[in-house]
Design a protein around this ligand. Structure first.
Ligand code: SF4
Ligand code: SF4
Length: 780
């Protein structure tokens, strides 16, 4: 496999700064290369950078490029200089790929004129602020020592103006444990950012971070105080570090280089056109970020295959032995690479923040878990009863957010957490049923690993079809038998994710050993009902009858052809499983497709990436929730008549099924089914209507009347479809918009008139109504 293409860039447009922060890694750390760089980026350097980025995007089929304008201080370039940069970047890159433009600034020089320029070019502006005046002025001062706090707050007030609000990306805050964490949190919250990034101060084993009073984990303690307050406040803002740790706890991606095992794909271009590694490397040693390459002579491909980039993309195998054996490595990933550096060991160390990272992660995992394994909560195998799992969560906020037709990342995480708790409850019941049988060994292993490697357990349980299997076991349809032995496959998946050596019995079904969410192994002994899996050293060996197959899952040796991995589609910085293997995925009203061949898979990947671009463009309000909530797309069998098919199941949170199709209709199908999936999860945690209500409702999209829940589901899906068509140009799109909007309004009225909605249900439906009322009859 070739190197992973680069879709994230940092462009240094000015190499000096109007502030003189003493924690600045550009000027105050080991690397001093800024001294030899031009102050301002030259027009020809911008054009060369744009050309390199565009050719790389074209060659690798990248549809979206993320680019951050950075410095020093980028605003020192002034309005004319920045206009030149933005015009050249867009002119060079946008014919090939969509450009997501951002800027990181200290804000001191921000003016309405500059904000107008950022609105014109769609630039999202992030501002650095370390907290209240005391906290901020500890480090972020002018060269003469004067405070920058008032100027930065003035910049934030400017970005909050309605005309600039959409361009306000959030706040970057560098942690100083001498500041009171709650005061910092409240000061940042008062600036109404949509996102906060907490940055650990850059440090290495050569120059460790300050630890006042010799405290063992002051950074974990500091961040945990904010985490607990944030949870108590009901997640009022996205906090990237916490979001990443919560996402990776349930098998998601971190979306940041600071934690987790997501491969890095970020290159820096300095003001002289030099290609460099991530800026944080400047902290390690002088020249650590250098590559010897530049945009005039070298394509981005050369950067992507640079050995240092290759190292940052190899996941767990590039970490030291201690990290590789660490139970939270999937979430921590050894922290930021620069923080692992020592003169003696190079980067072959745990993070200098190891104790803090481990403390933070284990505490967050413990506190965020609503583990039924520990609490003994046992849901009804016939299905969740609303309000069972939402205890302690602010239901109104969730209902308002989801009812409006969208769903923030935070609320999708709440729903995912509730689903996880529900799955755990089902598994407790399965454990009771298999007690005293050989299958109980699998449960004992899961319970042990739940203490030692909780993230691996959560990641395995969060696979969308685990709930479907568990419910099938506990209440099998007539004529079918419970597949208790599949618990062994689930436990094996946990052990592999946790990197724990163990021997386990797993079932063989139609010649395949399935490991949910990971893949399946084809055995040559189709008659066998069980195989023995020996898990060790980042892989496993399966023995059945006379055959034994070794499957390495990490390291340089490729797995054998008999190993069929679950494959993924790359969607602009995140990935979704293309789930064509799981034996319990066949839970939809339409039959599922079999294993995809290479050409079919390539089509799915292209189509999903292009559909995602359309979703981001036409219904951006759906994107944050989808990124968190959509784990798998399951290919359905194509209808012989060519009709489009799609489906979602209440028993498969995180998955939607669709047929392969072109990007525009695929975007509609994905959004449509994601609505059903979300509403199903809302119904799992909240009672929206009187279950005794029997009357069926007339709906405009079906000939036959529908039960109340079916009408509610259809309304919610059509609301999102109206939203998609609202954004599309042309008379036909206008017609479609009016059709879906009309259906939505009509059924909302029907639902409201039933008198069967609960208080929560009325609230949810009212929010749907507010959304459609805010749209004009004719968007054009
Ligand atoms: S504002 Fe940023 S670039 Fe400027 S000195 Fe401070 S940390 Fe460094
Ligand atoms: S917590 Fe420490 S040992 Fe574990 S992955 Fe992170 S840095 Fe490595």
């Amino acid at each position: 496999m070739g190197p992973r293409p680069l879709n994230q860039y940092v462009l240094k447009v000015h190499s000096r700064c109007d502030l003189a922060c003493d924690h600045c890694y550009v000027y105050e750390h080991a690397d001093q290369s800024w001294r030899g760089r031009p102050r301002e980026i030259a027009p020809e350097t911008v054009s060369a950078a744009a050309t390199r980025i565009a050719e790389h995007a074209r060659d690798h089929g990248l549809h979206r490029i993320h680019l951050v304008l950075h410095g020093g201080e980028p605003l020192l370039l002034g309005a004319a200089g920045l206009a030149m940069v933005l015009t050249r970047l867009r002119g060079g890159i946008e014919p090939v790929a969509q450009l997501d433009l951002r800027m990181q600034s200290n804000g001191v020089l921000l003016t309405p004129q500059l904000c107008d320029l950022f609105v014109e070019h769609g630039v999202q502006v992030g501002i650095s602020l370390d907290g209240d005046a005391v906290a901020n002025d500890r480090h972020r001062r002018f060269a003469g020592g004067a405070s920058s706090h008032a100027q930065v707050r003035r910049a934030l007030a400017l970005l909050r103006r309605p005309e600039y609000r959409d361009n306000y990306a959030g706040i970057l805050c560098t942690v100083d444990v001498r500041n009171d964490p709650i005061q910092v949190y409240e000061a940042l919250l008062a600036e109404a950012p949509s996102r906060i990034d907490f940055l650990l101060p850059h440090a290495t084993w050569n120059s460790p971070p300050p630890r006042p009073d010799g405290a063992a984990t002051p950074y974990a303690d500091w961040l945990l105080r904010i985490y607990r307050r944030w949870v108590r406040d009901g997640w009022p803002v996205d906090i990237r570090l916490f979001d990443s740790l919560l996402a990776t706890a349930t098998g998601g991606q971190s979306g940041t280089e600071s934690v987790g095992l997501d491969p890095a794909g970020l290159a820096v271009i300095e003001t002289d056109g030099a290609w460099e590694l991530a800026d944080s490397m400047k902290t390690a040693f002088d020249g650590a970020a250098g590559t010897g390459l530049d945009v005039f002579r070298h394509p981005a491909d050369a950067v992507a295959s640079h050995p240092e980039f290759a190292r940052s993309q190899r996941g767990v195998s590039q970490l030291c032995q201690t990290c590789r054996e660490c139970p939270v490595v999937g979430q921590c990933g050894g922290g930021l690479r620069a923080h692992r550096y020592s003169d003696a060991g190079g980067f072959d160390n745990p993070s200098v923040y190891c104790a803090d990272l481990k403390g933070l992660i284990t505490s967050i995992n413990h506190e965020s878990s609503t583990s039924a394994v520990r609490t003994g909560a046992a849901p009804d195998p016939g299905g969740p009863r609303g309000d069972l799992l939402l205890d302690g969560l602010p239901a109104d906020d969730l209902l308002d957010d989801l009812g409006a037709g969208y769903g923030s990342a935070a609320n999708l995480r709440r729903l995912a957490t509730a689903q996880l708790a529900y799955v755990r409850g089902l598994l407790v019941q399965i454990a009771d049923r298999v007690a005293g049988t050989p299958i109980a060994a699998a449960w004992d292993l899961i319970v042990r690993l739940d203490e030692e490697a909780a993230d691996a357990v959560s990641a395995a349980f969060a696979h969308p079809y685990v709930r479907r299997w568990a419910r099938h076991c506990l209440a099998p349809p007539a004529g079918e038998s419970p597949d208790w032995a599949f618990l062994g496959a689930l436990a094996a998946g946990v052990a592999i994710r946790a990197g724990v050596g163990v021997d386990l019995e797993v079932p063989v079904r139609s010649g395949l050993v399935h490991l949910p969410g990971l893949g399946a192994l084809a055995l040559d002994e189709p008659g066998e009902r069980e195989a023995c899996l020996s898990i060790a050293g980042g892989g496993f060996t399966a023995r059945a009858g006379h055959s034994a197959v070794a499957v390495p899952l990490a390291g340089p040796a490729p797995p054998p052809a008999a190993w069929l991995p679950v494959r993924q589609a790359e969607l602009d910085g995140w990935r979704v499983l293309v789930e064509d293997l799981d034996p319990y995925r066949d839970c939809y009203e339409w039959p599922v497709a079999g294993r995809l061949g290479p050409a079919q898979l390539a089509f799915w990947r292209r189509s999903l990436a292009a559909a995602w671009t359309r979703i981001q463009r036409s219904v951006p309000g759906q994107a944050p929730g989808m990124r968190v909530g959509l784990r798998a797309v399951t290919p359905l069998r194509v209808d012989p008549t060519g009709r489009l098919r799609s489906a979602a199941s209440r028993d498969a949170f995180g998955a939607v099924g669709t047929v392969p199709t072109d990007p525009d209709p695929l975007a509609e199908l994905l959004v449509h089914e994601f609505q059903h999936m979300k509403l199903g999860a809302v119904l799992d945690v909240s009672v929206l209507y009187d279950p005794a209500y029997q009357r069926r409702l007339t709906v405009p999209w079906r000939d036959e009347p529908r039960p109340l829940e079916g009408a509610l589901q259809g309304t919610y899906a059509h609301l999102a479809l109206a939203d998609i068509w609202r954004a599309r140009p042309g008379a036909q799109a206008g017609q479609q918009y009016r059709r879906y909007r009309g259906w939505t309004v009509r059924t909302i009225d029907e639902l409201a008139a039933t008198g069967a909605l609960t208080e929560h249900g009325e609230r949810f439906v009212r929010r749907m109504r507010d959304t459609v009322d805010s749209w004009s009859d004719d968007p054009r």
